[in-house]
Design a protein around this ligand. Structure first.
Ligand code: PHE
Length: 340
């Protein structure tokens, strides 16, 4: 009996001295582990003389329960204490607003490209994608520029180490691909994509830029259709009041060939610089598809006619936002990009 009383007393005192959880666990092992003292006391019930056994058993079980509850209480107190300590040691202000997630945005060239898609989509044009790495045949020859044709000088070219394989200098070779795929059906597509030219990099020219080519082939396609399409496009993109001016020009793959200007609002402070004082800005080259090119695409020039145009996306974007340096497009300067 008195052994039990001493056991209880000692266990309680030791428990009160446990100030960290590890000590508490050790205490638990000491008294309640496989060879623990409380278990031993319970096992001893059988060897207690008969007349004392009942009282001893009750006492032993009561002690077991009391100590178990005391252990659990103490554990809860220590956990609470540890939590409070960590809260005051590393104060965390849960009412602080979180760090905002930075939203990305589309590159300004991509935004304008998508506007161009939607303007042409409204006019029934589909988007047709073709390769950036071309052969000399498609980039030049099938577009009516045989080797050594002086018109090739208009396109400074990147050659690869494989003879005849080049980076396309314009999106016009796509005309050949789409014609050969669609012939003899009528065609109404735009061909967007990256082009490459071996040029000095300046504020107005880059070695890499995007073009949007257009191609329409059908039975009765005329210059009037070309003018109407271009005017509608220019007014949708730059404003309803926009005047369109057409000048004659030369491209080997169109006949006749034209260049298209739009007038620029005189009250725009950038007008003089952008238009070099003329009031007009060039936005694209265009023309009626040359009979040789039609034939190379599989179409009979007697039955079919068509028009094509090609514009520089960066140039169009520069005009729209009065951007004065084409190098900004690839500069990755967030101060520039965030403006759009
Ligand atoms: N491919 C020409 C260029 O890169 C533009 C163009 C396209 C002209 C289609 C006429 C017809 O300059």
């Amino acid at each position: 009996m008195s052994d039990l009383a001493t056991l209880e007393q000692r266990a309680k005192t030791e428990l009160a001295g446990c100030n960290i959880e590890a000590a508490l666990r050790a205490w638990n092992t000491k008294y309640f582990g496989k060879t623990g003292e409380v278990l031993a006391a319970l096992k001893a019930i059988g060897s207690v003389p008969h007349e004392q056994r009942k009282a001893y058993g009750q006492d032993a079980n009561r002690i077991k329960e009391t100590l178990t509850r005391a252990y659990e209480d103490r554990l809860a107190v220590l956990k609470e204490r540890a939590l409070n300590a960590s809260l005051t040691a590393n104060p965390l202000d849960v009412t602080l607003p979180g760090r905002p997630v930075q939203r990305g945005r589309l590159h300004v060239a991509t935004q304008i490209m998508r506007q161009i898609y939607s303007v042409f989509a409204d006019m029934g044009f589909q988007v047709y994608r073709t390769r950036e790495v071309e052969d000399d045949l498609t980039n030049f020859e099938l577009l009516n520029m045989p080797p050594h044709h002086p018109a090739r000088d208009m396109w400074d070219t990147f050659h690869t180490t494989t003879p005849g394989v080049i980076l396309r200098t314009h999106t016009s070779p796509g005309q050949i691909h789409v014609m050969r795929e669609c012939c003899p059906d009528p065609i109404r597509v735009i061909l967007p994509g990256m082009c490459y030219r071996y040029e000095a990099i300046t504020t107005r020219s880059e070695i890499q830029f995007q073009q949007v080519e257009g191609l329409v082939i059908g039975a009765h396609v005329t210059m009037a259709d070309l003018k109407g399409t271009i005017t509608a496009f220019a007014r949708r993109l730059f404003g309803q009041e926009r005047q369109v001016r057409i000048r004659s020009s030369y491209f080997p793959f169109t006949e006749p060939s034209i260049e298209v200007d739009i007038d620029w609002p005189k009250d725009d402070p950038n007008a003089d610089r952008l238009t070099k004082g003329t009031g007009w800005l060039e936005i694209m080259g265009a023309g009626m598809v040359h009979p040789v090119v039609l034939r190379n695409g599989g179409y009979d020039p007697v039955k079919f006619s068509g028009f094509a145009f090609g514009m520089g996306l960066q140039r169009i974007t520069m005009l729209k936002y009065a951007i004065d340096d084409i190098r900004q497009f690839w500069g990755n300067d967030l101060r520039f990009l965030r403006q759009f």
